[in-house]
Design a protein around this ligand. Sequence first.
Ligand code: NAD
Length: 267
Amino acid sequence: MSIAVAVAGAAGRMGRTVVKAVHGDPELALVGAVDVACLGQDAGDLAGVGATGVALTSDLGSTLRAGNAAVLVDFTRAAVAFENAKTALSFGVSPVIGTTGMTPAQVEEVRALAARQGVGAFMAPNFAIGAVLMMLFARQAARYMPEVEIIEFHGEQKVDAPSGTAMRTLDFILAGRAARTAVRPEREEFKLEGARGGDQDGVKVHSVRLPGYVAHQECLFGGLGQTLTLRHDSTDRISFMPGVVLACKQVRSLDGLVVGLEHLLEL
Ligand code: NAD
């Protein structure tokens, strides 16, 4: 039997791509589509796959109930995704959260609710396999090259910064980093405030927002007389879909909330 999937943010760029991926997978069935835009329109028409009989609504609760959804995929905005996750879990529906920007406290609240409800939940700042590998490689590299800066590039409409991927990469780097060795000036002088980017525990993070980008990141490691660059590029939102589909298929068997696609992959 196919897995009943509802999509929140179904009119958005990621949401439409998810609708198409769910529609195209024989093990998944699209049963609901929620957004605040394009209400009443067919989700499949919006996604370019033709009519699916699933119209966009604004009420998540009744959509989950009407479609008897088992999984809710969320690509909205952080504050919305947090409320949606709580609603889904209270209905016994497993959330697959791709939306980035939730605070650590919100993530912990989702974790606690998932545990209390005994419902599997999943969240990943990046569903692209190449980005997951980049994060794992960055952790490895930081053991030997602890001086590192991150530059992430996204489209001009992205609201949160740094990206969820950059924040997660930071976690990986800080978990793997050896003691730092570089000797830096005692005081840096800025002609432009913020020129050196954000800083967490000595790792600088720079966020670029320009038309033309989808999701890209470089991790620059500097050592004695050498640099190492890890770079990942999502040039199309389709790069995230195998990960989203995998999460839809596995989320119900997870024990509470799991964060990070690496936990669903045999790496
Ligand atoms: P988008 O702006 O194109 O889409 C967001 C959609 O959410 C819009 O259609 C908007 O109308 C809808 N929305 C807003 N408020 C809502 C509400 N209250 N209820 C229901 N829908 C609502 O954005 P996007 O590019 O699709 O990105 C969405 C999110 O996904 C962002 O947080 C982005 O960072 C994240 N993202 C994650 C990954 C990943 O791999 N995890 C990849 C790409 C993007």
